[in-house]
Write a protein that binds this ligand. Sequence first.
Ligand code: EPZ
Length: 419
Amino acid sequence: MDKLEIVGGTPLHGEVIASGAKNAALPILAATLLAEGPVTLSNVPHLNDVTTSVKLLRSVGAEVTFHDGTSLEIDSDSTNDFVAPYELVKTMRASILVLGPLLARFGQADVSLPGGCAIGARPVNLHVEGLAAMGAEISIVDGFVRARAKRLKGARIVLDTVTVTGTENLVMAATLAEGESLIENAAREPEVIDLCEFLTSMGAQIEGAGTSTIRVQGVAVLRGGPYSVMPDRIEIGTYLVGAAMTGGRIKIKRTRPNDLDAVLQKLEECGADVRVDSQSIELDMSGRRPRAVDIRTAPYPGFPTDMQAQFCALNAVAEGTAVITETIFENRFQHALELQRMGANLSIQGNTVVSRGVERLTGAPVMATDLRASASLVLAGLAARGTTLVDRIYHIDRGYECLEEKLAQLGAQIRRRHD
Ligand code: EPZ
């Protein structure tokens, strides 16, 4: 099993280019099932989750052709199967995103229930209830979500919890439903906006993307075309935290700084100089040690839960005491237990972590448990004294394109071991 070996202590310096956003590419790949005619996607990150999505599209009969590292063509006109099998869904919960498109375009979908994951139970009840409100006959049978509908009907849906993929599934379903749908308490994440812009480019009629009320007027058909995926704000935030933790100076190009307001604000609060222009973000720590910052995760535009683990690592080596509160998932502190093994002085109390920063962490063998937890352990290794060995890095390969190459480009002493 691959491991990442990191020798800490080198400040990150230099420039890297952001990859396309995993959490925009995944719903957009699912949305290609709605289109008549081929869709050409560019800036698609080369990640295991994207590979899994392509397998899923091919398993229902769509044709997928890779043009080069980051662009591919999908033609779903040949779709002739409507099942998302457990073997694929268990490796990527976002497979649930094919439910809305398959149902809306082909009138049927059998999608394996994703089951829980390391960070929480992560039910899909809101996806199911929303589709039922649109007239689908939908039930849970033998571990599958089984859905049938001649044609979905527009409905007013009020989501009792803000759900990113729930919002995305229902918007996709509504694009081909009969009449108008209103999705209230919708997720406002930039990735939801990117999906809506992609759907609109195919002929969907959507208003309010990025607000908590999304209005969709159903149309008869959506037509394929070209689209480029937005930059990955969480990948970008992860590298910026790495520079802040190691006292370095980096510039990230091909970004959309506005997507990261809450994160950039916290980086400035911890003492970083942050400069942005239309497409790049530069962070300069000038060798300083970061100040610890309080974090409370929330749906966008609040502080993103996907950046919580990274800031937990930053607080572990920052000056002072701080509290991190996780309000989205019930079990998203597994990285904290591993950071303690590296000498972090922190305590977990329910959905909060209280940390008192230490001058230096000590490198150690640690184990990744989920995508962002593994990122935080890599960052801790960069700032630690000595060598850190991160195990189970298949978690990282799901969501970070060329992580060790990009970090090495920034001067990190990191290599992948194929033990
Ligand atoms: C998306 O997951 C992201 N994944 C997650 O990123 C991210 O952490 C999360 O949104 C929150 O921002 C993708 O976009 C592929 P939710 P999602 O539905 O949609 C509850 C990463 O690291 N809920 O917004 O699955 C749920 O339990 C991943 O890239 C229900 O109760 O998350 C959670 O408490 C991790 N019923 C809350 O809503 C439902 O039907 C928010 O979850 C759906 C969700």
